[in-house]
Design a protein around this ligand. Structure first.
Ligand code: EPZ
Length: 421
């Protein structure tokens, strides 16, 4: 297994480009199954999760064509099997996103039940109940979700999400796009990636209103046609590189991004003492050599502070002036990075869903282990400021969500290299 070796101490300074959003690309790729002709999706990030989704399509008989700019053309009419196998689903939970489109477009689907993961049990009951509300018959047996649309296809339904679920909202929105009649999704997720998916569906001819609010209204149509679409920028990658500059007291300008999709994160960075300027598609953060100040935060569904930035802010608080409380309200086990940071001398106390972080001037480099995607990013951030070398193991977690992380950090002046394992 590859490892990363990082020598801390460099104050980052430079400019990087942000890649397409993983969590928009995955539902959008799944939504291509709804079309009755070839669809082209551009600005896909070069990530393991994206290749997994493309591999999943290959296993279903769809041969995506990748062009020189990494845009992918998918023609769902060549699909041969409606099964998403466990050995792929277990490596990427987001495979569940093919369930809704397959039932809506082809009338049936068999998708392996995604297991839990490091950060929590990750149930999919809302995905299942939403499709049942639209008339689907669903059995869970042998570790597979077996879904069958009713005679005449899925029917529009009124569905209330009793928990805000991002991929739950996305799955039911995709199914509703081809259902007969109107669907109303209440307590829907408002994340920008949900809006990006809605815009893609509309580009294919779907009738979707209210994406980005907690009530989404979809009037099903007979068919969805070919389209070409470009995925939105990744707001979590954006936030991660801004924190990298903040923890090292440095400066970074992130380009090809959008400052309006991570306002809660920018507010917290300003509270930590960062000087932030923005343009239409760029953000510049400058610490002017200062050490950040500790911040208190509480994760919650968009537009509140995103859970996917929680680990990165624990790294910021670990070397900040003062003490910060970080409350995680979305996932039940998303503090795994804390126990690895203890190995670097971080002063963090976890009590239930709260981590109390007392900033120290420096951390000490140490061998640590990545446990999940955003946790591994936070270990990279801590290693950037630690004294000496940090060796991060199991970095396949990082490769799932951060395109060319060592190259981008090297461009900012970090001393980081990948050691093939
Ligand atoms: C999406 O996961 C993201 N993944 C996650 O990003 C992100 O952390 C999460 O949303 C929250 O923002 C993708 O978009 C591919 P949820 P998702 O359904 O949709 C409960 C990353 O790092 N729930 O919004 O799986 C669930 O237990 C990943 O890129 C149910 O109870 O998350 C959780 O407590 C990690 N029943 C809460 O809802 C369900 O049927 C929010 O989960 C579904 C979810």
């Amino acid at each position: 297994m590859d490892k990363l070796i990082i020598t801390g101490g460099a104050r980052l300074d430079g400019e990087i480009r942000i890649s397409g959003a993983k969590n928009a690309a995955l539902p959008i790729l799944a939504a291509t199954l709804l079309a009755d002709g070839p669809v082209t999706v551009g600005n896909l990030p070069h990530l393991h999760d994206i290749t997994t989704m493309i591999e999943l399509f290959g296993r279903m008989g769809i041969e995506p064509v990748i062009d020189e700019k990494l845009a992918v053309e998918i023609d769902p009419r060549t699909i041969k099997t409606l099964v998403a196998p466990y050995e792929l689903v277990k490596t990427m939970r987001a495979s569940i996103l093919v369930l809704g489109p397959m039932v809506a477009r082809f009338g049936k689907a068999e998708v392996a039940l995604p297991g839990g993961c490091a950060i929590g049990s990750r149930p999919v009951d809302l995905h299942i109940r939403g499709l049942e509300a639209m008339g689907a018959t669903i059995e869970v047996e042998g570790g597979y979700i077996k879904a069958q649309a009713p005679e005449g296809g899925l029917r529009g339904a009124h569905f209330f999400f009793d928990t805000v679920s991002v991929t739950g909202t996305e799955n039911i929105m995709m199914a509703a796009a081809l259902a007969r009649g109107r669907s109303v999704l209440q307590n829907a997720a408002r994340e920008p990636e949900v809006v990006d998916l809605a815009n893609f569906l509309i580009a294919m001819g779907a009738k979707v209103q209210g994406a980005g609010t907690d009530t989404i209204v979809i009037d099903g149509v007979e068919r969805l046609s070919s389209a070409t679409y470009r995925v939105m920028p990744d707001r979590i990658e954006t936030g991660t590189y801004l924190v990298a500059a903040a923890v090292t007291g440095g400066r970074v300008k992130v380009k090809d991004t959008d400052p309006t999709i991570l306002e809660a994160v920018l507010e917290k960075l300003k509270e930590a003492g960062a000087d932030i300027t923005t343009g239409e598609d760029w953000i510049e953060l400058n610490m002017h050599g200062k050490r950040p100040k500790a911040v208190n935060l509480r994760t919650a569904p968009y537009p509140a502070f995103p859970t996917d930035m929680q680990a990165q802010f624990i790294s910021l608080n670990a070397i900040a002036e003062g003490t910060g409380a970080v409350i995680e309200t979305i996932f039940e086990n998303r503090f795994m990075h804390v126990y690895e940071m203890h190995r670097m001398g971080a002063q963090i106390q976890v009590e239930g869903n709260t981590a109390i972080v007392t900033g120290t001037k420096t951390l000490k480099g140490a061998p640590v282990m990545a446990t999940d995607l955003r946790a591994s990013a936070s270990l990279v951030l801590s290693a950037l400021v630690a004294e000496g070398d940090t060796l991060i193991d199991r970095i396949y977690h990082i490769d799932r969500g951060y395109e060319c992380i060592e190259e981008k950090l090297q461009m900012l002046g970090a001393k980081i290299r990948r050691v093939p394992g």
